[in-house]
Ligand binder design. Sequence first.
Ligand SMILES: Cc1cc2nc3c(=O)[nH]c(=O)nc-3n(C[C@H](O)[C@H](O)[C@H](O)COP(=O)(O)OP(=O)(O)OC[C@H]3O[C@@H](n4cnc5c(N)ncnc54)[C@H](O)[C@@H]3O)c2cc1C
Length: 347
Amino acid sequence: METILLLAHTEPDGTLAKSAFEILGAATSLNSSLAGSKIIAGLVGETVQSAADSIAKCGAVKFLGVAGADFAPSRYASDAAAAEAICRAANASLILAPATARWNRVLPAVAQRLGGHADTHITGIEASNGSISVNRWYYRQRMEASLQRKGRPWFILLEPGSQPAWGGERAPAKMETINVNLPETCKRTTVVGLREPTADAQTIRPDADLLLVAGAGWTKKQADGQPHVKEAEKLILGCLKLARASLGSSKSLVDLSGEGQATLSFLTHLNQIGQTGSTPRHAKGLATCCHGEEPHTVGWRFVNERRAINLDPGCGWARGKADVLYVADAFTVVAKVNELLAEKPAA
Ligand SMILES: Cc1cc2nc3c(=O)[nH]c(=O)nc-3n(C[C@H](O)[C@H](O)[C@H](O)COP(=O)(O)OP(=O)(O)OC[C@H]3O[C@@H](n4cnc5c(N)ncnc54)[C@H](O)[C@@H]3O)c2cc1C
């Protein structure tokens, strides 16, 4: 009989992020397939009551919280102490948590303190005949493994975007507060502030519905024999802003800046999608001026609907890599798309 603990941290405004609702979706579905199991919700943050209210109807038998100013920032020592206290109070056998940067660096250590096990980057979880399996990708998303463990407690960190989110109405939740007295040694690290790019420079948005990918073609000579990099920048930034999209790139394009060539000023290697880049999980993707070679498209594995715009009808996207290929000039298409998006009333 499993005790499933949903372990989440709250955001600075006291709410839960989308990834926490996704883990709750996984926890409720697991709970319904396991005989005799129960769910306990465990929350950590400056305040936790409002977050508990937002998931009050999830079927959890208990809501445990560690709250206070000491638990507001992402800090290893205080987060580990809070998570450990909640896990012990819940006597949990399975701990499901979102694989956020904050939890990824803390929960494997908490598993060690409790003599348990931890698996990170999990993308699937299911129970069949009382036995639980989790899925994880290896070798840059080329091989998928299904794992089972007998040892408990078992910490399972699920990738954001991999699970359908739980949805339910708010209601007052009865919170049990756990007091964690942090020794001074756990407070030596202080978070003095957060530095983020300005909203316009922020091009990577994991929660966006659309991934817009820019390839090296944007910087190449066009039909008039000239490159049009400034125009390309304007079109791409316009599309990102109007479609609220996230920006991905091919390796060739991000490498150009290192080679001293004219390139798009807002791109960094963090935007790179592919074998040596990232594998994001957006619902839709649109590749522009990108050839669609395998080392790039392998990063599109989790993008559900894929479209590409390329002048070349024989490009990689035409060979089973995209659902739709527009054989067209991306400068013209994106300009038209931006025009249409600008006419749309704001959602
Ligand atoms: C070990 C290894 C790892 C790699 N890892 C990665 C990786 O992680 N990510 C990655 O992206 N690549 C990776 N690569 C490189 C990859 O193989 C390709 O070289 C790269 O993806 C090509 O980038 P591109 O398509 O932007 O550029 P190009 O191949 O130069 O293609 C540009 C495209 O733009 C089109 N085009 C030009 N003008 C227009 C226009 N006006 N309208 C429409 N289309 C236009 C052209 O037809 C062309 O198809 C890796 C390679 C190796 C060997």
